[in-house]
Structures are given as C-alpha cells and as structure tokens.
Design a protein around this ligand. Structure first.
Ligand SMILES: [Zn+2]
Length: 156
C-alpha cells in the first residue's frame, strides 16, 4: 500500500489532522515533522501508473505545477521563509508529491558545506525526531495560517 494514497483516503474520510485544503489536482497538507517550520506537502490526487511529471497530460501537468507553486508561495508567506526548497522525489512512495520546505539561515546547523546544503543533509534522526512533531494546538494554528494565505493568493 502507498502511504500517500493512505493519507488521501484519510482526507476523504475527514480523518487526516494534517489536511489543509483541496485544490483541483491535489491536496495541501502540513508535514508530520516540523524541523523546517512550515514544511508543507502537495499530494497529487491520483496514483495509478502516473508516477512521473512526464506521465501527465500537458494541461493537467501545467495545473499541477501551478498549484504546487501556489502552495509554496502560501507556505513562504504563512511561515516566513528566506527561501523555499521544492522537491519531488518518490523512491519511498512513487506517488507524485511535492515537498515544500521554508528555509532559513542556520536551519541545518553546520551540516553540508557549512550549512548551505539541502534539507536532507541533516541526519534523519534529527529531521524525524518526535520533538519536531507539532502539538495539536500548533498544528491547528499552522493550518489556519496556511489556509488564509492559500485563499488570499490568486493566479487568475
Ligand atoms: Zn499512492
């Protein structure tokens, strides 16, 4: 079973506490771990055999990209990023999903090129530490901030 499909099923049942907003091509959710405060994901709605951006029809792909950018801009504004990092990986779960990281100076300590590296240069234990899980109250506040920005920004 795919973890992303699982999380989407939870959203559809109204049982995913990280869910923020449904867009046309995907779902905006807050990340489980918040070492990088404001870490947000954008999950493509469908899985099946569409596991690469080049599998999507041009119009669908353009919309998916635009909505990812919208989620990133909203996260940057809601959580105060110096710079956004965007990643679409998929070796764990092939399901198309964007990792959107608000970055700030010093957020990876001295790891990798004196702190000027990618998010994944901090040890996994540090990134996925239970200390980085938001409390229920923190999570609610984050969802509200992100939803407000998502509704404020328009690319029409
Ligand atoms: Zn999936």
């Amino acid at each position: 079973m795919c973890l992303i499909c699982d999380r989407i099923d939870m959203i559809k049942r109204g049982e995913n506490p990280y869910f923020v907003k449904e867009l046309e091509t995907g779902y905006v959710v807050i990340g489980d771990h918040q070492h990088f405060y404001g870490y947000t994901l954008f999950l493509y709605k469908h899985h099946g055999d569409k596991t690469e951006l080049f599998h999507l029809a041009p119009q669908e792909r353009a919309k998916f990209m635009e909505e990812m950018v919208l989620a990133a801009e909203a996260a940057a504004k809601a959580f105060g990023a110096e710079k956004m990092n965007y990643e679409l990986l998929g070796m764990g779960d092939a399901h198309l999903h964007w990792h959107l990281f608000p970055r700030r100076t010093g957020d990876i300590g001295n790891h990798f090129n004196n702190g000027r590296g990618p998010v994944w240069s901090i040890p996994m234990e540090e990134m996925y530490s239970d200390d980085n899980r938001p409390s229920a109250e923190e999570l609610e506040a984050m969802k509200q901030k992100l939803r407000t920005e998502l509704e404020r920004i328009s690319y029409e």
